[in-house]
Design a protein around this ligand. Sequence first.
Ligand SMILES: Nc1ncnc2c1ncn2[C@@H]1O[C@H](COP(=O)(O)OP(=O)(O)OP(=O)(O)O)[C@@H](O)[C@H]1O
Ligand SMILES: O=P(O)(O)OC[C@H]1O[C@H](OP(=O)(O)OP(=O)(O)O)[C@H](O)[C@@H]1O
Ligand SMILES: O=C(O)c1cccnc1
Ligand SMILES: [Mg+2]
Length: 627
Amino acid sequence: MATAGVVANGPNNEEKQAVGIDGPTNPMVTPLLNDLYQFTMAYAYWKGGKHNERAVFDLYFRRNPFGGEYTVFAGLEECIRFIANFRFTEDEIAFVQASLPPSCEIGFYDYLRGIDCSDVEIHAISEGFVVFPKIPLMRVEGPVAVVQLLETPLVNLINYASLVATNAARHRFVAGKSKLLLEFGLRRAQGPDGGIGASKYCYMGGFDATSNVAAGKLFGIPLRGTHSHAFVSSFMSPDEITEKSLKSSDSSNICEDFVSLVQAWLSKLKFGTSYEALDVLDVYHLLEKESEWSQLLGGIFGETNQSELAAFASYALAFPKNFLALVDTYDVMRSGVPNFCAVALALNDLGYKALGIRLDSGDLAYQSCETRKFFQAIEKEFGVADFGRTNITASNDLNEETLDALNKQGHEIDAFGIGTHLVTCYAQPALGVVFKLVEINNQPRIKLSEDVSKVSIPCKKRCYRLYGKEGYPLVDIMTGENEPSPKVGERILCRHPFNESKRAYVVPKRVEELLKCFWPGRSGNVFVSSAAPMTELNPYQVHFLCASDILYLGVHKFMQPVSDGKEREELPPIKLIRERCINQLNLMRPDHMRRLNPTPYKVSVSAKLYDFIHFLWLNEAPVGELQ
Ligand SMILES: Nc1ncnc2c1ncn2[C@@H]1O[C@H](COP(=O)(O)OP(=O)(O)OP(=O)(O)O)[C@@H](O)[C@H]1O
Ligand SMILES: O=P(O)(O)OC[C@H]1O[C@H](OP(=O)(O)OP(=O)(O)O)[C@H](O)[C@@H]1O
Ligand SMILES: O=C(O)c1cccnc1
Ligand SMILES: [Mg+2]
């Protein structure tokens, strides 16, 4: 049964403690969450005696999503949780056996039984970083058959996570830093995992809270919410409310009939003054006052909807400290807003401050401005401090474009609730993350394509971000693993990987190494396979290296265990990743971030890596013959 597999998957508790990393959040993330061809390839590697050859794969994407020039890297922690607990259960092995041809030798299943990721080493960019095409987000090194089995799950865990985190960051960018952004997408997400993932990664990408309770529990994301039209339309009349008493906020007195207090405020609102302040015999004065108030508010309301008033009063009785109201069920300005204000002012009498309203249809810019005027008029007329600043939340099919349109028109919205477009990544449904072999047994590999953007960048590489004197990142650069790192204040040539004429010297003010070790293998003592001596360098390596490099490699690569004693990077809590992401986005030069025709961020390779890519390209590409 599937659940038995889920429960039994991964190491037992004792082993888990030794690893110290919990399994993936979603129990469906097992070694079987894979494409069949990973198993057929693993079998063929094993059958050919190739399975333990040491391979290096890069995980990267080719184009930024949403027509932008940046991406937020997300999903790393779930990858490490997967790697740390990677192990086949008997149940799973039996299923693989049943799925492969019967001619597959039984020894392969013993092999599967024995594998885990203790021989795998993962370097990755930190989660929450702003990242760019072609730069490896993860470099996965290990026995080729094992790493091959990681491809699909790792790509799956990164693809949507990074896409939706980027989508969230883009919505934040348009909305502005001061707005509260609420993720409301669970009902519209692509299934339960889509919903949970959206809540997690939208928070990471800069949203403030989610309506998704399960995500709140799993990740500690702040929960927020209002109420729906159903609650409003479920009421028929104020007579339905039987329990009408409400204690004041300091419990010093009790209002026995809160509904009547609300009604009294509603009629005060109609005339724009409190009856107590009027000499009721002064009819002329009353009419004058009414007309002033009408002018201020454009004579906007007469009789409001009483069932809506009942819903609001009832909600306030349930949540006097957290009262908010969805005001568009019947008519925003003629009913919803005045009804809300009547309830809010009644609450104010008892020492409570209403939270605000939500608009969910119509022209959100116009309605928010009209509502703000109404709130401000009340603050002025009735002397209720801060009433003019009562929170206005808007929702209804919002996306980057509508947020942008609202900004251009001018609006008074404080918070946006965004669902469908955000979580489904309506504007672009996939990021296009790939996982490509770049080296096997120390032999660099390249994947050629007619389409230059699809040619892979060979070799086990290091990646750096170079910062300029103004503090902005200028360029990312990939180098061969054993090239000396770029140095602050030293000029380095950065080359476009495929376009000969595109190159620039950079003198970095700051150099940041991007790939850090997140999984050194459980032994922490992973060796480069077959520890090839210098004299056995292959022709590609000889071409690639100058004499000093060979000396460097001789000492550092081929004679020493690569990750001996290597420390594993911490997996920080989501709140810190979110802060890191916000800081990273703030650090970018504005022209890379703008929505219309953003400037591409430069991604480059060192001069040596450039030469080597092209040497390998020529070596691997057959020469055509014209007749
Ligand atoms: N001022 C505005 N400028 C641009 N777009 C807006 C503005 N106000 C609202 N929108 C967007 O316009 C769309 C209006 O949606 P729609 O045509 O379904 O009407 P509605 O107001 O939702 O009607 P209904 O009452 O049927 O719910 C939504 O996507 C909303 O985000
Ligand atoms: O519009 P989204 O960005 O997806 O945000 C979530 C939506 O979900 C809720 O209502 P729902 O859409 O279920 O009903 P409605 O269409 O009648 O508003 C809410 O009122 C929002 O409109
Ligand atoms: O709390 C809300 O207002 C909410 C939650 C989910 C979807 N739409 C609205
Ligand atoms: Mg809707």
